[in-house]
Design a protein around this ligand. Structure first.
Ligand code: GDP
Ligand code: IMO
Ligand code: MG
Length: 429
């Protein structure tokens, strides 16, 4: 371990593990919080002082006055969303943190949202179930080198440059999807109006982050989505369009990987998935329905019901490898109260063969049958628990079993959505 005070918080399943809650929890003793990937496809709910707050693109440290919150270069950003979200935060909390945005972040433009919808429609029953926030198309344009970066808006000939891009998009999208995009002047004017509102927040954030780390400041890198939605390592093609694993922290923040000290994987005490794709531990029965209701498993912003299943240690061990996770933080443990038994998937059965690693193709993944180990459940309400010792024995055993099967330590657990319903077992930061 190096001496830098940095912590990465990433999702180790299919998103919605409670990364926002855990980031907010650690933000109380952090100087800088950085989002390094994704866009407003993320949705985090953060509860404190009897109030519920939601963020999509602004880092979850924003509810702490002394925290500098950074949207890094690896993110794709919808300026209208940033303006609206920040306005809402300012209205709902008195002591909000500072916001900085990378001049290298790529813009999500109105036509990206139209393309997202058109591409999903064109896929018919093979659709991914995207959030329709234009995330995939914005990353496509980034890779195709026809994207617009936030810093571009400050250059004198931006209008001409953007006009060329817009004109190309207009023709291409008409031919490809028969889409009429908004006229240039409207898109350009909206962009400039929003840019004027946020321009004093725009800097070279990589430079800022490195300087903060070198000064000994505590810097937390907040993941969006989860390991199984990573474009390289997730259940492709049912993934998002960015690397949401910890491996993208350096690229998505503009710093070297040598500054990364510790990687924390947030994991639900069970699994959920929004959108399509293989899900071997899915519970299509009353146990799953009960977990969905108790865990309020409906999208924080979209309200989409989430698919629910047992925890999947095959996928988790894979996430631990692909994200280099040092320790796990278990969330929503309280939701499992009241079950006679709890299962952990330890292997898959594929074509009559037991496997312990993730297959690469979606065709194979969809054929995997989950094989389980079982452990007794508990009936007690644990939402008021403040230490490991106070947990029922069965809950202690469940945590220990996860540690044993995944071969990493569990350094904390969460027993309710509120900031205070968080138990830290070991110093991580
Ligand atoms: P994120 O995207 O990873 O930040 O997660 P979301 O915010 O989308 O989804 C997690 C949901 O679980 C939110 O509604 C949280 O308020 C809630 N939550 C987080 N931790 C706990 C917990 O320990 N228990 C319960 N019951 N809810 C929790
Ligand atoms: P947080 O940060 C859960 C899923 C979508 C879809 C796929 C691709 O809240 O954990 P996209 O719009 O990114 O092109 O959609 O990825 N997805 C998420 N699922 N939590 C998220 O974020 C997600 N972000 C994207 O449902 O299946
Ligand atoms: Mg979420």
């Amino acid at each position: 371990m190096n001496n830098f005070k940095t912590l990465v918080v990433v999702g180790s399943q299919w998103g919605d593990e409670g990364k926002g809650k855990i980031t907010d929890y650690f933000s109380q003793q952090t100087n800088v919080v950085v989002r390094f990937s994704g866009g407003d496809n993320a949705g985090h709910q953060i509860n404190f002082n009897g109030q519920k707050h939601k963020v999509r693109i602004i880092p979850s440290g924003i509810f702490n006055k002394n925290v500098i919150n950074i949207i890094g270069n690896g993110c794709v950003i919808n300026l209208q969303q940033i303006v609206d979200e920040f306005e809402l935060i300012k209205q709902s909390v008195k002591d909000y943190g500072t916001l900085l945005i990378s001049n290298r972040a790529q813009l999500v433009l109105p036509y990206h949202i139209q393309i997202d919808t058109a591409q999903e429609e064109a896929k018919g029953d093979k659709k991914i179930g995207t959030t329709k926030r234009g995330i995939g198309p914005a990353y496509q344009d980034k890779a195709s080198r026809i994207g617009v970066r936030l810093g571009d808006l400050a250059i004198p000939n931006f209008k001409e440059r953007f006009k060329e891009i817009h004109s190309y998009q207009k023709d291409f999208l008409k031919k490809m999807y028969n889409i009429e995009i908004e006229d240039f002047e409207t898109t350009y004017n909206e962009l400039i109006v929003n840019y004027e509102k946020i321009k004093e927040h725009v800097i070279d954030t990589g430079e800022y982050i490195e300087a903060a780390i070198k000064e000994g400041k505590k810097v937390l890198f907040e993941g969006a989505q989860g390991a199984m939605l990573d474009i390289d390592h997730g259940t492709y093609p049912f993934v998002t369009s960015s690397n949401c694993s910890a491996s993208n922290v350096a690229t998505g923040s503009g710093i070297g990987f040598k500054y990364i000290n510790k990687i924390l994987g947030v994991v639900k005490a069970y699994s959920t998935r929004v959108g399509a794709g293989g899900f071997p531990t899915e519970l299509l029965n009353e146990i799953g329905d009960g977990i969905r209701e108790r865990g309020n498993e409906y999208g924080a912003n979209t309200k989409r019901p989430r698919r629910v299943g047992w925890i999947d240690a095959v996928a988790l061990r894979y996430a631990i490898r692909t994200s280099g996770i040092d320790a796990l933080f278990i969330t929503l443990l309280d939701v499992l109260s009241g079950l006679d038994e709890i299962k952990i998937c330890n292997k898959y059965l594929l074509n009559g063969r037991e496997i312990t690693n993730m297959p690469a193709t979606t065709e194979e993944y969809e054929q995997c049958e989950a094989l389980y180990v079982s452990t007794p459940g508990w009936s007690e309400d644990i939402t008021g628990v403040t230490s490991f010792d106070e947990l029922p024995d069965a809950a202690k055993n469940y945590i220990k079993l996860i540690e044993k099967i995944c071969e990493v330590d569990v350094v904390g657990f969460s027993v309710g959505p509120d900031r205070t319903q968080t138990v830290l077992l070991d110093q991580v930061f």
